[in-house]
Design a protein around this ligand. Structure first.
Ligand SMILES: [Zn+2]
Length: 504
C-alpha cells in the first residue's frame, strides 16, 4: 500500500533490502556498546537515586536514557499490562516528556535478537466509562499550538451535519449500506481480513492478498463505524466495534526497543497497519474516554514516536527507516488523533515530520513526491492534508496552488488519492470543494454494489492497492470518503476548538 507508481513487487524488494542493513552497521553497534558500558560504570559511581528512574522517558532517545530504561524495564513491563489501575496509567502518561532531544540518532540495532522471544500480547477488559477524563483546558492549548481542527464532535450528529455540509440522503444511505457489508464480514474472533471471503457464505469476490495483515484489516473494519459516531458504547454496531477493538489490543506487542510502546506493526502490514490501528484506538478512546483504552492508545502513539526516522523525520515500513510520504500520512493522522484524545504527543515529532515533507516537496510545497522531490496526485493530497493539520493557514500560497492542482484533476478511480484529496478539498472549502464534492459523492453513490447478494453495500476495487487490500479496503475508504462532512471538524473554523465543553 504505497503511492501508485511503486508496485507491490518493488515495495517488497525494497523492504527485503532495507531489512538487510543491520550487518552493515555492526561497527557502530560495537562502538555503542562500549559507550554504554562506560556510561553505565560512571552512573554506578553516581549512585542514581531510585526515585529519579521513574522520570525516564518512555521511548529511547539518548544513550543515557537507554541505560536508565534498562534498569527499570521490569517496571515498564508491568505498566504495559493493559488492565492497570488509573494511578498507574497516570504515571505512564507523565513519563512522556516533550524535551527529548530527537536530533540524536540512536543505534537501535542493539540486542535485536530479543525478538526471538515473542513478547506476550496485551489484554484489555472494557470497564465502565472512564471516571478520569483528559484535562481539556491544558490540552486545548496543546492542540492550538501544534495542530488544528479535526475534532470528532460532529460525528455525534452525522445525519444532520451531512445534510448541511454537502452530503445527501443517498450518500448517507450509502454509508449505512456500506457499514452493513463491513459488519457482515467480521470474523468470529473480532477481526477483519483483507481476504473478506474467509467469512462463511461469502461470494463477493475481489479478496485482498494481505491475509496476514490482521491489524491493518481490522482497523479498516472499525474506522468507518467510528467515522459516523458509532462506538462500542453507542450505536447499532456496539458488539462488532467492541470485538474489533479487543482484537486489536490483544495482538498489540511489546517491543524491547521501545519501552512503553505497543506495536501493531506486522510484517505484511508494516507501519501502515500500525498507523491505521493507532487511529482506531485513539479515536475510540477520544470518543468514549474508555479508560481501558487509554494505555493501549498511548502505547500505540508511543510506538509511532519511537518509529520515526531519527534523521529524516519520516516513517516507512520498518521503524526508523527513512520515510515515504504515504506511510508518513497515516502516522501524522494517528498523532493528530492522539491530540484529539488528549494523549501525550511529543510536539517535536510532528515538527520533525515537517522536515520530511520539506525534503519531498516541489514548487515551494505545492507538490509532493514519494521518497524524493516530485509531484504525484496521491502524495500531494496526503502531504497537503498533513500541512493543513500541522500549521499551514488557508491563505498559504503553496496550499492554494496545491488545491488548485487537485481541483483541476478532480476525483479519480483511485480511492487512496480520493480519500486524502476529498479531505483536503473539504477543509479548504469554497467553490472548488463544491465542485469536487458533487463529482466524488455521485461517483461513490453510483458505484456502490446495490445487488441483493452478499456484496450489497460494498465497492468493487479498481484503483491502486486494490490487489492487496481488496473489497474491504475499497469499501472502507469509500465509506470514510462519504463521511467527510462530519468525520472531522473543519480545520479552518477554529471556533469549534474554543468550546472544549463540547468534548465532554
Ligand atoms: Zn461477502
Amino acid at each position: 500500500m504505497s503511492q501508485e507508481n511503486v508496485t507491490p513487487e518493488q515495495e517488497a524488494v525494497e523492504y527485503i533490502e532495507s531489512s538487510g542493513g543491520f550487518l552493515d552497521r555492526v561497527p557502530s553497534w560495537l562502538l555503542s556498546m562500549v559507550i554504554h558500558t562506560v556510561l553505565l560504570i560512571v552512573m554506578m559511581f553516581l549512585q542514581v537515586d531510585q526515585g529519579s528512574k521513574k522520570a525516564a522517558v518512555i521511548f529511547q532517545a539518548t544513550a543515557d536514557e537507554e541505560i536508565v530504561e534498562e534498569e527499570i524495564i521490569e517496571e515498564e513491563e508491568e505498566e504495559l499490562e493493559m488492565d492497570l489501575e488509573v494511578e498507574d496509567m497516570e504515571e505512564v502518561e507523565t513519563e512522556v516528556t516533550v524535551d527529548t532531544p530527537q536530533d540524536v540518532p540512536v543505534e537501535v540495532e542493539v540486542a535485536n535478537d530479543t525478538m526471538d522471544d515473542e513478547p506476550p500480547p496485551a489484554v484489555v477488559e472494557f470497564t465502565p466509562t472512564a471516571d478520569v477524563r483528559a484535562n481539556s483546558s491544558d490540552n486545548n492549548a496543546t492542540l492550538n499550538a501544534y495542530t488544528s481542527g479535526g475534532g470528532l464532535d460532529a460525528r455525534k450528529h452525522a445525519d444532520a451535519v451531512a445534510m448541511t455540509g454537502g452530503g445527501t440522503r443517498a450518500s448517507q444511505n450509502a454509508v449505512k449500506m456500506g457499514l452493513e457489508w463491513i459488519a457482515r464480514h467480521q470474523l468470529a474472533n473480532g477481526s477483519w481480513n483483507y481476504n473478506h471471503c474467509l467469512v462463511g457464505n461469502c461470494n463477493c469476490g475481489n479478496p485482498g492478498s494481505l491475509v496476514n495483515c490482521t491489524s491493518g484489516a481490522t482497523a479498516m473494519g472499525i474506522l468507518p463505524f467510528l467515522g459516523c459516531g458509532m462506538t462500542h458504547r453507542e450505536g447499532t454496531y456496539k458488539r462488532q466495534i467492541g470485538a474489533g477493538l479487543k482484537f486489536l489490543v490483544s495482538i498489540m506487542k511489546k517491543d524491547p526497543k521501545c519501552p512503553g510502546g505497543g506495536s501493531l506493526h506486522q510484517k505484511e502490514g508494516t507501519m501502515y497497519a500500525h498507523g491505521l490501528a493507532t487511529i482506531c484506538l485513539t479515536e475510540a478512546y477520544a470518543m468514549t474516554k474508555e479508560k481501558s483504552l487509554k494505555v493501549p492508545a498511548q502505547a500505540a502513539v508511543n510506538f509511532i514516536m519511537y518509529a520515526q526516522d531519527p534523521t529524516g523525520g519520516g516513517w516507512r515500513y520498518s521503524p526508523r527507516q527513512a520515510g515515504d510520504t504515504s506511510v508518513v500520512g497515516w502516522q501524522l493522522m494517528a498523532l493528530k488523533s492522539g491530540y484529539m484524545g488528549y494523549l501525550q504527543v511529543n510536539p517535536q515529532v510532528p515538527a520533525k515530520a515537517m522536515n520530511f515533507l520539506n525534503s519531498v516537496q516541489t514548487e515551494n510545497g505545492a507538490g509532493y513526491g514519494y521518497v524524493t522531490p516530485g509531484k504525484t496526485p496521491a502524495c500531494t493530497a496526503i502531504a497537503l492534508l498533513c500541512r493543513m493539520y500541522y500549521g499551514w493557514k488557508q491563505d498559504h500560497p503553496a496550499l492554494q496552488k496545491g488545491v488548485q492542482y487537485i481541483g483541476n484533476m478532480g476525483p479519480s478511480g483511485d480511492m487512496y488519492y480520493n480519500y486524502y484529496a476529498t479531505q483536503v478539498m473539504r477543509h479548504y472549502g469554497g467553490d472548488q470543494w463544491t465542485k469536487w464534492n458533487e463529482k466524488m459523492r455521485e461517483q461513490l453513490v453510483k458505484k456502490q454494489d446495490k445487488s441483493d447478494g452478499h456484496s450489497k453495500g460494498s465497492w468493487t476495487p479498481g484503483g491502486g492497492h486494490s490487489g492487496s487490500g481488496g473489497r474491504l479496503y475499497e469499501t472502507a475508504l469509500s465509506i470514510m470518503t462519504l463521511e467527510v462532512y462530519y468525520r472531522h471538524q473543519p480545520i479552518y473554523q477554529t471556533q469549534t476548538m474554543d468550546k472544549p465543553a463540547a468534548l465532554e
